[in-house]
Design a binder for this molecule. Sequence first.
Ligand code: GAP
Length: 431
Amino acid sequence: MKEKKEENNLMEKIISLCKRRGFIFPGSEIYGGLANSYDYGPLGVELKNNIKNLWWKRFVHQRNDMVGIDAALIMNPKVWEASGHLKEFSDPLVECKKCKRRFRADHVNSKKCPDCGGVLGESRQFNLMLKTFLGPAEEKANEVFFRPETAQAMFVDFKNVLETSRKKIPFGIAQTGKAFRNEITPGNFIFRTREFEQMEIEYFIKENDWKDSFKYWQKEMWDWMTDALGLKKDSIHESDVPDGERAHYSKKTIDFEYDFPFGKSELYGLAYRADFDLKNHFKEAPYKDEETGEKFYPHVIEPTFGVDRSVLALIYDAYKEESERVVLKLKPMLAPYKVAVFPLLKNKPELVKIAREIYAGLKKEFNAVFDDRGNIGKRYYSQDEIGTPFCLTVDFESLENNDVTVRHRDTMAQERIKIKDLVKFLEDGIS
Ligand code: GAP
């Protein structure tokens, strides 16, 4: 019980830090907000872009067998008919007979309303597709849906990509972007929202290779979480999703779960979609083996990564309370600011001038920030709380020696570095 209270408390502290320091704000706040929508602020967008860029570099640029796309959010409704989403993409919903609130049936454990204790009605399926209309008339013919996963564009564009990229299977198509789901019970901050972002790969293979490919991607995902993001290994768990609980398209799914403050919950997923999607979209097999001339439907392994859940896991994992400070021990590569530059004293123009020059130079290479408010100790703590790995201070010695004090976030150790060596020092420290 005590533990649960502490974890709730921790979640509140993280939400408060995110708002106070400009990582994540409640969406449309001045109008009273909009149910579970959030906006990424100046630091949040940096963290999020750093994750997405790292992902793209690792899984697209550094590989020979992957290409990217960036498709429209709204696709022809026939896509969702063929993919099975219009029929199958639903969650069980129950309504309280007393207060009329609705809940996901699989999220409530008893027949009683978690809010008012009233009796819950029978469960029915609720489709999660978010609907809108294209064009001026709100009629059935103009009805369209925001994509609930980025995946489908990789299937629909499969032939175009194949013909223009000259790839042969095994190869993959990657995409990052927004997805929308009319979730019955969004919640836990940015963990479950109705508008969120995904990073997905559809990896096309021969049917016989699916088990090996699945294992390969399972390891790739593990390495991404532990090496690239640096998440604690002990906080990550794999769960083989049993028959009957998998998405309608999946023959095998492994969920990667993370120990969030509110409990163990899905961070990412890995699915074997077989030839389900390509078969539904293409009347004729869209792939021809160059050597044998055989035409067939490639099978698909799908590693999928939620961007917002990555942000939440990273902030939670990095958040540390020490005796005098709160510090976000993010990997330097992911930190919103790489370096902060301070003049020791605001009222000494000779120090401010050099600090400004260093700042202007570093800003060409790194996301840097300048701060001359208050005392140095407070400035350090302020940068610790947002994860800035290095702080540089220009002091009176700098005038003599052309160097600065570099203070390290995690150890709080300090060393002198020549101004001319700073770019190299930071490059090494951030990579
Ligand atoms: N294309 C496969 C697919 O969409 P999914 O498990 O439904 O699979 C993939 O979603 C990932 O997207 C999840 O592992 C999670 O990280 C993220 N995600 C799903 N629904 C979400 C929501 N409502 N809010 C935030 N992230 C979500």
